[in-house]
Design a protein around this ligand. Sequence first.
Ligand code: UDP
Length: 319
Amino acid sequence: MTQKTALVTGAAGFLGSHLTDALLASDYAVIGVDNLCTGNVANLAHLKSEPRFSLVEKDICQPFDVGKVDIVFNFASPASPDDYHRLGVETLLVGSAGTIHTLEIAKRYGAGYLHASTSECYGDPEVHPQVETYWGNVNPVGPRSVYDEAKRFSEAAVTAYKRYYGVDTHLVRIFNTYGPRLQINDGRVISNLMTQALRGQALTIYGDGSQTRSFCYVSDLIAGILALSRSDIDTPTNIGNDVEWTILECAKEVVAVTGAKVEILFKPLPQDDPTRRRPDLTKARTKLGWGPTIMLREGLEKSLDYFKACVDAEAVAKK
Ligand code: UDP
């Protein structure tokens, strides 16, 4: 059997690097592409002497070609609210031109294609839990629009390449995910709360903390994505964890796992911050036979050593 090759864009990112590991473990060769605007080569340091892996530093907003591949995983994009606010136009470009360029590669080589879409396609949802057939409630000109609308454009582009060119496409709608390799300064709730707790700082809660999210541990998410990539489902598919937490409850879990004795500091709620979010996973459970297995307390425990190491390294660097 000849070895299959996957192209992973955003390979140096949180999800891209975990996906790369999982593909290598299932005997793929992987070509990673990343412009490192939010990715971190440290996430791939353990693959230095892996002959089946190579990293190309490149911006996918320009057309590119890495040779024949069997499947494309398009994971390149700033993804935390802080990052896509800082890199707004870059986020729009990677989710439009970048997506088209990766679709062209799949079309050229007859490769499979899986695009990392997002629960942000649902915006501030009026339907709860969010089922894939819901079209969403997105502000097209609000601060989150650079991310939300780029991802929605990508879904249209991926679907068009399926419809007009017969590319074998998949669309995963990813819900909040956490675990080792989250960048500690990305502003997301789990990275902020874990690092604040470990530094002995007050935990920042935006608004009154009653807004909800449903947190998926990274290995569960990657397993769901691989199952989707092997399926014949071409319509959007939610992958995440369907246990819903208020942000205040999440903070309490962080306190329990870290043992921190810290205060809570309430800060203003950012504009258009979704009030609730929980995936309806019926489609993934019934059609992929996949469901999340790691719940928040266990996932935070599994992430603790990573966040401790980051905070320790930061303390050493400051000395
Ligand atoms: N949040 C918070 N404190 C923080 C960071 C985030 O209360 O230090 C809130 C944020 O307002 C949102 C939720 O936690 O309601 C999840 O935010 P995150 O940035 O992780 O991702 P989002 O789901 O909003 O894309």
